[in-house]
Design a protein around this ligand. Structure first.
Ligand SMILES: *Cc1c(COP(=O)(O)O)cnc(C)c1O
Length: 340
């Protein structure tokens, strides 16, 4: 029985072709910038995102943290969504390692900031206050592709108020596929962008931080401080390179599969499905609590794994195809058509 793991798009494993690319990679010591494959990955990533340079990082958390440490100094502040990864899910790294104060603000239901609220929280130049330095966005957020017009508005707001702009673009390519735009039309609005190779793109490990050359040179220094200076990284960079060359356009399939699954699950009375117009590869379900435990067991018996919790998130990815969507929908339907 095929395992259908819907917890996240991080669960994908390298395909045979990706493994082949990894095992034949040309490598060297990347701390000396002598790893040819890593250099190629960084060049390719920078090119796709329309930036001067890129830096291969071990994870999205490391990439975001290197960016924050590069943009902000001790006593500086970054404005960030209350529900954003760089505030809520990265262990408070900016405060822990950088003495950088977060200014978290509630995001609206569609994943956007109220920019009036952002402006109200930008602090005046006064020694009572931390120095507002950076605005930090996340795209996609909760699977939602942020509108391009909104990104433009954020850019205008940041420039007007002398803030730098960072994008946690762990799933930037999902957003680009959603709007059918080249990835750089998203990245263009930002001074720095972090992308994950290990999510929908299907690489086992790795992220890229992209920006202008001076910024990346400084971030390279911080990556070393964070313990992220690695040696023959070409073996894993090869997977990332393979992913950038082969797995970007296919993200549309994940989106179509998510949409199809959402439509099928919405036919079940007891499930409340949330799949918005600008949603990409994530579906959110509300399921009656009394049935949840039994549902988990039933799904597991059929090889289907979903995250715990009453608000369930299902994520489509490289290892979930159209036929799997059918299997998943049918299994849900079978469960809810019985008396439990
Ligand atoms: C996964 C993720 C990250 C961090 O990536 P890791 O590689 O897990 O550290 C950052 N931001 C968002 C939005 C993510 O989904």
């Amino acid at each position: 029985m095929k395992k259908l793991d819907l917890r996240s798009d991080t669960v994908t494993r390298p395909t045979q072709k990706m493994l082949a690319a990894m095992s034949t990679a040309e490598v060297g010591d990347d701390v000396y910038s002598e790893d040819a494959t890593t250099n190629r990955l960084e060049e390719k990533g920078a090119e796709i995102l329309g930036k001067e340079a890129a830096l291969f990082c071990s994870s999205g958390t490391q990439s975001n943290l290197a960016a924050l440490l590069t943009h902000c100094g001790r006593g500086d502040e970054y404005i960030v969504g209350q529900q954003a990864h760089t505030y809520k899910y990265e262990g408070g790294g900016a405060a822990v390692f950088g003495s950088i104060q977060p200014q978290p603000l509630d995001l609206q239901k569609d994943g956007t900031f109220d920019l009036n609220m952002v402006e109200q929280h930008i602090k005046a130049d006064d020694f009572h206050f931390a120095r507002s330095r950076l605005l930090c966005l996340e795209n996609t957020h909760g699977g939602l592709a942020l509108p391009q017009k909104y990104l433009r508005d954020c850019h205008t707001c940041a420039r007007k108020n002398n803030l730098r702009l960072h994008l946690d673009g762990a799933r930037l390519f999902n957003a680009a596929r959603k709007w059918n735009v080249p990835p750089r039309t998203i990245a263009d609005f930002f001074d720095s962008v972090s992308i994950c190779l290990s999510k929908g793109l299907g690489a086992p490990i790795g992220s890229l931080l992209c920006g202008d050359s001076d910024f990346i040179a400084e971030a390279r220094r911080w990556r070393k401080v964070l313990g992220g200076g690695m040696r023959q990284t070409g073996y894993i960079a090869a997977a990332g390179l393979y992913a950038l060359e082969n797995n970007i356009t296919r993200l549309s399939e994940d989106q179509h599969n998510a949409e199809a699954l959402a439509r099928r699950l919405a036919q079940i009375d007891e499930i409340d499905v949330r799949y918005d117009d600008n949603q990409t590869n994530m579906i959110f379900l509300s399921i009656p609590e009394a049935k949840l435990a039994a549902l988990h067991v039933f799904l597991r018996q059929h090889g289907i794994i979903m995250a715990q919790g009453t608000k369930v998130r299902l994520v489509t990815h490289l290892e979930i195809n159209k036929q799997d969507v059918d299997t998943i929908a049918q299994t849900f339907q079978t469960f809810f058509s019985r008396q439990h």
